[in-house]
Write a new protein. Structure first.
Length: 349
């Protein structure tokens, strides 16, 4: 296992970050405990969760994932061995998150409440990385489009106001560092500007989708990551499971996320997705690799990536995924991936 510095922090995170969003829906608490035990045994020290989890999000399950992690920490101990990240929900119409509001916002009252609830469920008095799950301002997120569509802003919580709240929570010792998720180059640079000019907390990471089917992070954000030391924490490095090849030709494996929740992975059900996956599968086979090895090591080999967030519903999947990071990346693989990317550029943004 390799370890890399997260942003400009003093945290050295494992190249594998254990994602947890299925715990409490597809996975039981016993499953979560087994995954955590195995991941730590393999050298993983970085765990990512969110107040929203598990997914798909529902009022009757919200927060269950954090509860599982907190129960595991209470049982196993060793909080100081882990780098624990969670997220506060961005603007949404989901009324169940806050007992005092009918929508979620990134303002003082709601962020303070959300963090206190996360700390209670996680059974800890601090989180190492607290991330804004998505912005308060309106954006076309989650696979709607490759392009930017401007939406007039009304009643938006300014970024500097959100960062000021996080500043107080850092000073109180409840948060060590701040990160972003589902953010744009403008959003990241605006946060860095406010940190420099107003003395507000610096953001150290961006958790966005990034994989062989969606390389939009390279268009602006990758340069920011490298020049400004804001690490990329890519989620969905296997494209919602598509880059295992299990959904090719309309296959719908029993118990898979797409079979259980047909609307959840629609961002990967688009033109040229299957064609691109077949091409990457053939490239992997030419080099004696599985598609999973190719897909995960591609993401891991990018210089702007600190840790890839992987999730699994079975221990066998988790074993395969972690083992894939031992794959050697070569110039021949790089050239092969670029050739396919030119034929099928970002079919699943």
């Amino acid at each position: 296992m390799d370890y890399r510095r997260l942003g400009c922090t003093d945290l050295n995170v494992s190249q594998v970050c254990l994602g947890t969003m299925t715990w409490g829906e597809q996975n039981s608490e016993d499953d979560a405990f087994a995954q955590l035990d195995y991941a730590l045994d393999q050298g993983v020290n970085f765990i990512d969760t969110a107040e929203l989890y598990p997914v798909p999000r529902r009022g009757d399950t919200q927060g269950r994932t954090e509860t599982y992690i907190g129960n595991w920490l209470a049982r196993r101990g060793g909080r100081d061995r882990l780098i624990l990240a969670t997220k506060v929900t961005g603007r949404s119409q989901d009324a169940w998150f806050r007992p005092f509001a009918n929508m979620t916002r990134l303002n003082r009252e709601q962020i303070t409440y959300a963090l206190e609830q996360s700390l209670r469920r996680l059974k800890t008095d601090y989180v190492d990385l607290y991330q804004l799950h998505w912005p308060d301002r309106p954006l076309n997120l989650f696979g709607d489009s490759k392009g930017y569509r401007h939406i007039p802003e009304k009643d938006v919580v300014p970024l500097e106001e959100t960062l000021a709240v996080l500043d107080d929570l850092v000073r109180e010792g409840k948060i060590r560092y701040v990160g972003l998720s589902n953010e744009t180059p403008w959003g990241v640079m605006s946060c860095l500007h406010h940190a420099e000019v107003r003395g507000l907390p610096r953001v150290h990471s961006v958790q966005n989708a990034y994989n062989l089917l969606n390389r939009l992070y390279e268009q602006g954000l990758a340069e920011i990551s490298l020049r400004e030391e804001v690490s990329c924490l890519p989620y969905s490095p296997l494209g919602g499971g598509c880059l295992s090849g299990k959904y090719l030709d309309g296959a719908l494996p029993q118990g898979s996320r797409r079979q259980l929740f047909p609307d959840f992975t629609c961002r990967y059900q688009k033109e040229n997705v299957d064609e691109a996956i077949r091409a990457y599968r053939d490239l992997a086979a030419q080099h004696g690799l599985s598609l999973v090895q190719l897909a995960l090591k591609f993401v891991d080999s990018r210089p702007f990536v600190a840790a890839s967030i992987i999730g699994a519903t079975t221990l066998d999947q988790l074993r395969e995924d972690i083992a894939a990071f031992r794959t050697k990346w070569t110039d021949e693989l790089e050239q092969g991936v670029e050739h396919i990317h030119r034929r099928y550029p970002d079919p699943a943004p």
